[in-house]
Design a protein around this ligand. Structure first.
Ligand code: GTP
Ligand code: SPV
Ligand code: MN
Length: 601
């Protein structure tokens, strides 16, 4: 079989940052004995190491160098066409019992799963280099920060982890020498990138992740979905904090008043865009800054919720990104960026559907084939991604490194819904808000393999990411609420409602500031709203729509509650709760009854 990841041989002084913690050494030794690599490369996250890895990756065609003038220090990676997104059906939570994993997760028995995976890993790194990547998730001085180690035979993973996490010495320092210290063990091998030998398995009780057979994003950057969300959510419940699939943004008024909001939207439903929002001209003096674009770790202090972004970079959706839709993202990915599965132009620039300007006359598509504007295939894969350091973001919030995090004024849930769900509304209280999160639904996207555009329930945007029983997760939300004396207000938004013509009713992107402004007004107790069966709803006058070209009918449609649609929606809530087989907390079942009753009034 062809070796898809040949070993590399670093000069002295590179690849030798061996940690001193005996528990780490023992584990690396064990995995080495199993996978039988040619050599072991201990990463330190340094510039010199990065240069060496990039050079070797270019030689092995793992990376393609992009035009140094147009996108300095940036590279393109093409993944195997069979391997372009998260794969939920081979993602497992391996708790001792099936009940602990709950009704929404694939479960497999830990001992059997270890033995199956160890079988696949046997000799898997022959002729390859085994990289050991130490990293931390969270600001260096946050009490929430976690240490992880990822073993991998993929150079692309190492280079991506360097962007996405705080990697190297900082993790060894944080871990120290206590062999009993808490740290996450992540093992990744490409194997032969065969979908039939692809498994992403989590062992929450062991703080361990094993991922084989993929080289793509959320399947293999084990810091992200695997540690920060699946294992993270499990640890969060046992340790009394929250790990959520949420962006975190700061809003500052012209008077200098600051608020922070956290928003949970499912994959490819607008987190990165919302987190980098630039207010339209009408909102002169208002400033939006990014704390995080995908994951929030939150804890309670002084009765309030404080959030940190555990990541150090953004792994964002490329298609649709333009100076029109997201200028901050465009500026971020103009240099020092690792692109995956976008198109390559003849002058070694990158291109994708939705980029500003006309398409190139000729390009090489994400599969490596010739492409012209007449081609039937897309030039960039719909789930093509950029990995870029958060420091590239012109709107980065200066408090992103603050260990104590930022105080959250509002939590927003949102999905991609063509109908039924209004542009924005506010929950009556925490429990009602938890209900809105628990019953949210969204049309599926290209971020995971499978059908696109199907409405599915995705509680708190955590369906693919909750590392334990979803009923206990709902209960954890309720318990957190009881501990908060100053809880964030909870909202639901939908940027994706469509009119009769099948077009989006709302312009979205920067114009979402108008909705955000109403949310901030509500937090400051001066925004108007009417009571509706679904929650507090703004009237068209409560939203600042000055300077926006939108007709009255569209606004009415955006804010409308169609009783027929909601009867169907409430029936779907019931169907969803029923499908969970009795794990839903009593308070949420009661919320549903009250919801139904409000519509009957
Ligand atoms: P993940 O990285 O998968 O978690 O995605 P995300 O939630 O960060 O989504 P992202 O911001 O990357 O947006 C995904 C897609 O939705 C892109 O194609 C965007 O152009 C589109 N999108 C984002 N915000 C809006 C909006 O306000 N309106 C409309 N119509 N589309 C949007
Ligand atoms: C998501 O799917 O929510 C992502 C992309 O952020 S991935 O890292 O591949 O999971
Ligand atoms: Mn995401």
């Amino acid at each position: 079989m062809k070796n898809i990841a040949p070993a590399i041989f670093p000069p002295n002084g590179i690849g030798d940052a061996k940690p001193t913690n005996q528990a780490v050494l023992d584990w690396v030794h064990e995995i080495g004995k199993l996978t039988k690599p040619e050599n072991i490369f201990w990463c330190d996250g340094s510039e010199r190491e990065n240069e060496f890895l990039v050079a070797e990756s270019l030689k092995q065609n793992v990376l393609i160098k992009l035009n140094e003038e147009k996108v300095p220090r940036s590279y393109l990676h093409r993944s195997n066409p069979n391997d372009v997104a998260r794969v939920e059906k081979v993602t497992f939570i391996c708790t001792p019992t099936k009940e602990e994993a709950g009704p929404t997760n694939n479960w497999s028995e830990p001992a059997e799963t270890y033995s199956k995976l160890y079988g696949l890993l046997e000799g898997a790194m022959r002729g390859r280099t085994m990289f050991v990547v130490p990293y931390i998730m969270g600001p260096p001085d946050s009490p929430l920060t976690k240490v992880g180690f990822e073993i991998t035979d993929s150079k692309y993973v190492v280079l991506s982890m360097r962007i996405m996490t705080r990697m190297g010495k900082i993790a060894l320092e944080r871990l120290g020498n206590d062999p009993k210290a808490e740290w996450n063990r992540g093992v990744h091998s490409l194997l032969d990138v065969d979908p039939d030998r692809r498994f992403i398995c989590h062992f929450p009780q062991d703080n361990t992740i094993i991922s084989v057979g993929s080289g793509y994003g959320g399947n293999v950057l084990l810091s992200k979905k695997c540690l920060a969300l699946r294992i993270g959510s499990y640890l969060a419940r046992t340790q009394g904090w929250m790990a959520e699939h949420m962006l975190i943004l700061g809003v500052e008024s012209p008077e200098g008043k600051k608020h922070y909001v956290a928003a949970a939207f499912p994959s490819a439903c607008g987190k990165t865009n919302f987190a980098m929002l630039i207010p339209p001209a009408h909102f002169k003096g208002w400033k939006v800054t990014t704390v995080g674009d995908d994951i929030a770790w939150m804890e309670i202090r002084d009765g309030r919720l404080f959030a940190v972004n555990p990541e150090n970079g953004y792994f964002g959706v490329v298609p649709g990104t333009s100076y029109k839709s997201n200028p901050n993202a465009m500026k971020s990915i103009q240099h020092d960026t690792l692109y995956t599965n976008v198109a390559l132009t003849d002058d070694a620039d990158v291109w994708w559907e939705g980029k500003d300007g006309p398409p190139p006359k000729h390009a090489i598509d994400w599969r490596g084939n010739d492409w012209t504007p007449d081609s039937k295939e897309k030039a960039a894969h719909p789930n093509s991604r950029f990995a870029t350091p958060m420091r590239n973001n012109p709107a980065l919030n200066p408090d992103v490194e603050k260990g104590e995090g930022v105080p959250i004024s509002a939590i927003i849930f949102g999905g991609r819904r063509s109908d039924t769900v209004p542009l924005v509304y506010e929950a009556f209280d925490w429990t009602h808000g938890v209900y809105l999160g628990a019953t949210m639904a969204s049309e599926t996207t290209a971020a995971a393999t499978g059908a696109v555009g199907q409405v599915r329930r995705d509680p708190m945007a955590m369906l693919p990411f909750c590392g334990y029983n979803i009923g206990d997760y709902f209960r954890h939300w309720m318990d957190i609420g009881k501990r908060l004396t100053n809880p964030p207000l909870i909202f639901n938004v939908n940027w994706f409602r469509k009119g009769a013509n099948g077009k989006f009713l709302w312009p979205g992107f920067g114009e979402n500031m108008r909705v955000l402004k109403w949310i901030i007004d509500r937090c400051e107790q001066n925004g108007g709203a009417v009571k509706s069966p679904v929650g507090w709803l703004p009237t068209p006058h409560d939203l600042d729509l000055d300077g926006l070209e939108i007709d009255h009918k569209s606004v009415a449609d955006l804010l409308g509650i169609d009783h027929g649609e909601w009867q169907k929606e409430l029936a779907e809530h019931k169907k969803f709760f029923d499908s969970l087989g009795g794990v839903v907390p009593e308070e949420l079942l009661k919320q549903r009854e009250q919801f139904v009753a409000r519509f009957a009034e």
